[in-house]
Design a protein around this ligand. Structure first.
Ligand SMILES: C[S@@+](CC[C@H](N)C(=O)[O-])C[C@H]1O[C@@H](n2cnc3c(N)ncnc32)[C@H](O)[C@@H]1O
Length: 277
């Protein structure tokens, strides 16, 4: 039976749970975020008919279903906030400057990876801007998009959105690429077909195996949840995945400062981009 209410998370239980989450995802929960785990996991614990976090931690560690539960746990604790054309100057720079320059140097196959894509607004925004630019007649651009959270990936693959995903998106773009059905906006198949989604954990060094070599990686608004060793692991994997002169776009509040000095930093006017030398 499911009871209402929050189950108390004791300090030692919090430390153990935070450690499990960190080891499986790189996400760090400081003590000030204890309430967040309490709020997000209490219902799940009640669904499983447990009374305490202690029982839940035991289940996560020893039950035959522990691997399945880890997926559910990470689905519940990740922060998936995103929207179309977020931090748009980076996307415009990619589409109007980076890719045309690659094409002018003779490149005809370009790969882009949105490495923590949440519900898909980021890779689909890039796809829409590419379509708008007319550049797709000059080169083939493959867009890969991954996330650790299986639920957001299902939403991304459906390509159905609500108004909250469209903060500041020009109505001309919405009308051109979405079909309105009640409160739902359905993305046109021509854009949906431009993006390949798959599940990947950024702290797994195989996360990029589906992509192979990438010419540009977007990893925005996720490293803020990682500590320095986890960031270094992810950035090292990106470095190996990027082609020479490849581009790495991070979120506005994220930086490679204290992480690595193997990228060249370039200020393009609308923000920073890191280039593999
Ligand atoms: C705040 S969203 C950012 C979405 C998008 N990049 C943007 O900037 O709008 C962060 C995403 O990172 C994902 N994430 C967190 N840890 C991850 C990990 N270890 N591997 C892959 N994705 C992860 C979350 O599931 C979430 O969807």
């Amino acid at each position: 039976m499911i009871n209402a209410g929050t189950i108390k998370l004791k300090d030692d239980e919090f430390a153990e749970l935070a450690d499990i989450i960190y080891k499986h995802s790189g996400i760090t929960f400081s003590a000030t975020k204890k309430y967040l785990l309490e709020n997000r996991l209490s219902r799940r614990i009640q669904e499983l008919n447990f009374n305490s976090f202690k029982d839940y931690i035991y289940y996560l560690k020893y039950d035959v279903k522990k691997m399945q539960e880890m997926i559910t746990l990470l689905n519940l604790v990740t922060i998936n906030e995103t929207y179309f054309l977020r931090e748009r100057p980076q996307m415009d720079y990619l589409v109007n400057k980076v890719i045309p320059e690659m094409i002018s140097k003779g490149k005809r196959n370009i790969k882009i990876w949105s490495a923590a894509c949440s519900t898909g607004e980021e890779p689909y925004s890039i796809a829409i801007l590419l379509k708008e630019s007319g550049i797709l007649s000059k080169a083939r651009v493959d867009i890969f998009a991954s996330d650790i959270n299986t639920e957001v990936l299902e939403t991304a693959q459906k390509g159905e959105y609500r108004t909250v995903s469209f903060r500041g998106v020009p109505p001309t773009i919405i009308n051109k690429y979405f079909e309105k059905d009640g409160f739902i906006y359905k993305l046109s198949p021509e854009i949906k077909n431009m993006v390949t989604f798959y599940k990947a954990n950024l702290i797994d060094r195989m996360a990029s195996s589906r992509v192979g070599m990438a010419d540009a990686i977007f990893c925005r608004n996720v490293l803020i949840y990682f500590d320095i060793p986890a960031k270094q692991k992810v950035i090292d994997m990106f470095y190996k995945t990027l082609a020479k002169d490849g581009f790495l776009f991070l979120g506005h509040s994220e930086t490679l400062n204290k992480i690595t000095d193997s990228f060249k930093m370039h200020n393009f006017g609308g923000g920073i981009v890191y280039i593999k030398e």
